[in-house]
Each structure stands twice: as C-alpha cells, then as structure tokens.
Design a protein around this ligand. Structure first.
Ligand code: ADP
Ligand code: SF4
Length: 645
C-alpha cells in the first residue's frame, strides 16, 4: 500500500503482529526522492512526516511484542522517478527504456557518497520512527546489487572490477548503517544469492557464495533470496513451496548470524524441517502472512488445520503492478482492516435471529455462509451439484492450479466446525424452493457461464458463422468433459489464465493448438500477477502457435478468419475445434425471478452479480455476510485514509 494510506498500512501490519509474527517488515522503503518507483506502491522515509506515519506502524507492531523492520531501499536504474522527476541514478549509466524513455546517469564519487549519507540518514529516521531492524537492501536487482553485478557494473574505479571492489559499496553501507544505529537496532542485509541465469548473473556456487563469505559476520541478520521480483515471488503455477532452498541453504554454513529465507511456506512441518535441518533460522513470509495474518498463532496454539494457506495466485502482486492497494484471494480482510474495520479472525456477532439462505457453494457462497455462520446466524447453504467448490472444482484441474483448491477446502473445513450452518448438496433451488424455506436473507451466489457467442473485450456483437463451427467453451470442457478434435484454435479475449492454461493442457495431450489473442501477449493480464513471461515461455516450449494482435472475425466448418486489430486485414486459419474463452454471463435467472416476485432480503453476490476473478467472489461473499443487519452508507461504505495536515 506504500506511503499513501498510513492508518491502513499500520492497521494491516499491527494485525500481523497480533497474529504472532516475530518481526513485521515494511515493503521496500525509499531512502531518498531519487529512488521513486511510482506508480508502484513503495513506502518512504524521506522526512519527519514519514517518520510520523511509520511510527503508527511500529507502535501497532510493538503492542503485541513483535519487532518492526524497515527495508531501506534505493532502486538505482529501477527507478525512473516519474513522481519526483529527480535524475535516475545507476552504477554505470543504464537504459530504462523498457519502463520509461529515460536513462539512468552513471554515479560519480560524490553520488556514492550521497547514497551512503542517504542510507545513514534514513536509518536514523527509522530509529526515530521506532523500528528495531533496518535493512541494507541488495535484493531484487536494486542499486547495491547493481554495484555487485558484473552485468551492470562496468566501472573502472575502486567500485568496479574485482568482486571485492563491486562489493565495496555494500560493505560501506553496512558498516556506516551499523555505526549510525547498530547500538540499538539490528542491521540486516537482503541479498539475492543467485540470479537464476547461470554465468550471466551471480550464482549461489560462485560470486553469491563469495559475497556471503566476504561479509559473513558484518550484518546482524542475513535475509537471502533469489533473483528479481518476478523470479523471487513466482506463482504456484511456476514454483513449488520452498523452491529457493537449494540456492539459499549454503548461507548458514558461512555465518554465525541468523539467516532468514522465503519460499511461500505455509506448511508448519516444512518450516520446522528447514530450521531442524539447519537450512534457515527464521522463516520469511510475505504471501503466507497476507493470506493468513494469524499463521504463527495457529501453529503455536495447535490449530494448524485453521491456517488459511496462500494459494500462490499472485493476485496480491497484481495490486502492486496496477498501482492499487493490496488484495488477496484467500483473505478478503487484507487491506480492509482500517477502512472497513474488518479483522481477519474476529467478526461482529449477528444483528438479529434472521435465517440466511445462501444459494450456490462456489467461492462467493462458501465465504458468505462461513462468515455469516461465524457471526452466529442460522445459515442454510444449498448447492446444485454433488460437491461444494463451484468454479474451483473446475479451474484447479488445469495445469499448475491445484493449490487453488485451498480456497474451497479452508472454507469447507471452517463450515464443518459451525453447528448453525446446514449444507444441502444436490439441491438445485428454484423460486418455489426458495419461498418454502422462508429465509429472511436470500443470497444468490449462483455463478456464471462462459459465453459461446464470441463476445468479449475485442468483439462486442458476436462472431459470424459460429453456428457452423465446432465450438467449445471452458464449461463444455471442464464441466461436461468435452474434448477437442483435429486442429484446435483457442481464442482468448478474456486475457487472464483460462485460455493459456487450456492451451497448455491440450498441447500436453498431443493436440495441435493455435492460440489467438487480440492482445500483444498471451494471457496478457497475467503481467499483473508476474506470470505472463512464464506462461508465454511455457506455451512456446509446448509447441503452441501464438497468433497475437488478431481478433476473431468469422468462423466456418473448417477454418476461422482472423482480423488484424490495427489494419482489419484478415487471414485464414485452419480450425476443427474453436475454443472460445471470451467472457462470461451471470447465471442469474433465479435471482431475476426472485426479484420479480419481491423476495425479501434478496441480494446477489460474486459471479452471479458480476463475473470476476475468485478474489472478487470471496470478497463479495465476505462483505455480504459482514453487512447483514448492519447500517452501511451505500455511497461511502468505508473510511478514506488521507493525510490532510
Ligand atoms: P462464484 O465464483 O460467484 O462463487 P461459482 O460459479 O464458483 O460462482 O459457484 C456458483 C455455484 O452455484 C455453483 O457451484 C453452482 O452449481 C451453484 N448453483 C447455481 N445455480 C444454483 C441453484 N439454482 N441452486 C443451487 N446452486 C446453484
Ligand atoms: Fe497468496 Fe494469492 Fe493471497 Fe497473494 S493473493 S497471498 S498469492 S492467496
């Protein structure tokens, strides 16, 4: 959430401390306006106002006996400085052209002196703000790492050439930070020990290891990871829990200082194993602490089955990439602690003796029934099919998405603990059934269906000739088990995971697959979840032909016509099965019938109201339960967090 909403950030992190985390860190926190990552959410320690804002967080964290840490950061050539318009800086003068049409000036001696002073000044401000740990941040290819890296560092002075020279700045920053605040605060280093690019980068058995050897006892804490943000926080589709261990496990053998590492750890056994094996002393967690701020407390109290495990979907990252506050698929209260007053574990008791009927057991209905049940309402949850889970039951069967079942399973587990919730499977409700149940609140969470008329982002009025083509939708494939035949064309006008994952599945099953999209990239929105690069690489490796910048103009029995989105010129593509992944239509017939008959307490949530991602459905379900019998201003349903002084 960055430097913008201080109360919101403080409340979110205070709850992590309440949930038992030993140290609660900020995100990357800029030491100086020449490190400005706008429009991404970064926090700042530039002045005394920032000190006051950060103090809100440290006070909250200290309330529960946890330590507060700050990741002091300078991005160097990562920071085009769109907000501050200060000159971007870098180790040797680099182009930022992929992110902005400006280059970063090579730092001279006075710049490196300034940088060290900014680090020390920010560390002193951190001390005034009440932090217990300060970082020297050499992870994620940021400025001190750029000095280390032989790819970035082309200098011929004492900061370039040998590894000792390239590590000089890092050593100076550590020594000077320790000198400034080390008597009362721990000074941590974050270092990417392997860039996952072989000899082109730093490796765990090469210079990564040598740097740790060189600086072994200098920091008070080693925080080690791999590569840049994309690699370090890979989604579950592209990495397993603990995938960093082979790269970082060596560090402990070279230092007597404690070592912390990350790896999307959600299994307490796995975490304990790491410590027992001597691979790490401390488990670092960003996403697991977002999905469940109370994970450590649940371990401590023997309630491990209650841990709401991160599914590795990277929706949390999408907030950062979109310049929007954080949100989480598993944890609907994330980011809502202050503005809506939502606590992840505590919920207001029911406001009446009302009977709540929830229709549909997908993510929206499950979360709504669970939260309403937790409030103490008498809840009836009716699901048409033989199993709870809705879309999860289908989507989690796609390649790499098995962890998504955690959205369903965590909620089913909690529902079974609630005696006041009754669950009916195989119960396709119609308007008469609903009337008979005489509920006070009727919540339709009946989901959505994929369209088969081609209407999506690029095509607004449907596609000619679809009647003659062999068309399949994701529902045909994932619900009814339909299989494509012959030449398969997947048309993606949805742009999230579905079409790319289907292409991967069909290619693995031996089909000849052409993936067509009006966007420039496959599964283009997944740039927001840092997955796009990996998806496109996987499709290419699987032999999927990718046709970009073309929309579906027409279809026939054995081919489709694809129009260039710039010129309109069309080409033909052989096609025996056309898979349309375009958009969805709410399954709201029941809701409309109930609305027409004046059903009291009626509302619709999740995909039934508006098709979206799972994160939207879970949030909608939670919100509906929270707001039962509550007085909420519909025009301004939350507090706004602004500094007005
Ligand atoms: P969401 O993501 O909004 O939760 P899903 O599509 O995942 O939506 O889930 C909707 C669920 O509602 C599905 O499991 C579906 O079987 C169920 N459903 C749809 N219509 C009815 C109905 N009339 N009665 C009971 N369940 C229904
Ligand atoms: Fe995990 Fe997804 Fe939540 Fe991020 S949004 S913490 S990846 S469940």
């Amino acid at each position: 959430m960055g430097y913008g909403p201080p109360n919101t950030v403080a409340a979110m992190r205070r709850i992590k401390a309440e949930g038992g985390w030993g140290v609660v860190n900020t995100e990357y926190c800029s030491i100086h306006p020449s490190a400005d990552d706008a429009p991404y959410a970064f926090c700042t320690l530039w002045d005394e106002d920032d000190v006051a804002c950060q103090a809100l967080m440290t006070e909250g964290v200290h309330e529960f006996g946890a330590l507060a840490g700050v990741e002091l950061w300078h991005g160097g050539s990562h920071s085009p400085n769109r907000l501050t318009r200060m000159t971007p800086l870098s180790v040797s003068g680099e182009s930022l052209h992929l992110t902005a049409p400006i280059q970063a000036r090579a730092m001279d001696k006075s710049d490196s002196r300034d940088l060290r002073r900014w680090q020390v000044d920010a560390a002193k401000r951190a001390k005034r703000a009440g932090f217990d740990l300060v970082y020297v941040y050499a992870g994620h290819a940021y400025l001190p790492f750029q000095f280390l890296s032989h790819r970035h560092n082309q200098r011929s002075d004492e900061y370039g050439g040998s590894l000792e020279n390239r590590a000089r700045l890092l050593r100076e920053m550590l020594e000077e930070t320790k000198e400034a605040v080390g008597d009362t605060m721990a000074v941590a280093i974050r270092l990417a020990v392997d860039e996952l690019m072989g000899d082109h980068g730093i490796t765990a058995d090469g210079e990564g290891r040598e740097v740790v050897e060189m600086l072994a006892e200098l920091p008070d804490l080693w925080d080690v990871n791999v590569s840049d943000v994309d690699q370090d926080s890979k989604s579950a589709r592209f990495s397993d829990e603990g995938f960093q261990e082979p790269y970082t496990a060596f560090v402990k053998s070279l230092t007597s200082k404690p070592v912390v590492g990350v790896g999307r750890y959600t299994s307490p056994d796995r975490m304990a194993g790491l410590v027992r094996r001597g691979a790490l002393d401390l488990i670092g967690a960003a996403r697991p602490s977002i999905a469940d701020q109370f994970l450590p407390r649940k371990v401590e109290e023997g309630r491990v089955q209650e841990i709401r495990e991160c599914i590795g979907c990277n929706i949390c990252r999408s907030g950062n990439n979109e310049g929007a506050p954080i949100r989480c698929t598993q944890n609907p209260t994330m980011g809502e602690e202050w503005r809506r007053g939502w606590h992840p574990e505590v919920i207001t008791a029911r406001g009446s003796d009302a009977h709540v009927l929830v229709i549909g057991g997908g993510p929206a209905g499950l979360e709504c029934a669970r939260a309403a049940g937790q409030r103490g309402y008498r809840v009836t949850l009716a699901e048409a099919s033989t199993a709870l889970g809705g879309r999860i039951n289908r989507e989690a069967t796609l390649p790499g998405l098995a962890t998504w079942t955690r959205v369903r399973d965590w909620r089913i587990g909690r529902l079974h603990d609630l005696a006041n919730v009754e669950i009916y499977l195989d119960s396709l409700l119609g308007p008469d059934d609903v009337a008979e149940l005489e509920a006070d609140h009727v919540i339709c969470a009946t989901g959505a269906n994929w369209r088969r008329d081609g209407v999506g982002t690029a095509t607004h009025f449907g596609v000619a000739g679809l009647g003659d083509a062999h068309v399949l939708t994701p529902d045909d494939i994932l619900i009814d088990g339909a299989e494509p035949t012959g030449q398969v064309v997947i048309y993606d006008d949805d742009h999230y995971f579905m079409a790319g994952a289907l292409a991967e599945r069909f290619a693995a099953a031996g089909h000849t697959v052409t993936y067509v999209t009006p966007a420039a990239l496959a599964s283009s929105w997944t740039e927001m979840t840092n997955e796009q690069h990996f998806i496109q690489a996987r499709l290419i490796e699987a032999g999927v032909a990718i046709v970009a910048n073309r929309s579906l103009a027409a279809a026939t029995g054995d081919h489709v016509r694809l129009g260039c989105i710039f010129t309109g010129r069309e080409i033909e593509q052989a096609c025996d099965t056309l898979v349309l992944v375009t958009s969805r239509r709410s399954r709201d017939t029941l809701y409309q019938a109930l609305a027409a008959s004046g059903t009291k307490g009626l509302q619709r949530i999740g995909d039934c109201e508006v098709p979206g991602a799972i994160v939207h459905a879970v949030h909608a379900g939670h919100r509906a339960a929270r707001e039962l019998d509550a007085v909420i201003d519909p025009d301004m349903p939350f507090r706004r967090d602004r500094v007005t002084a």
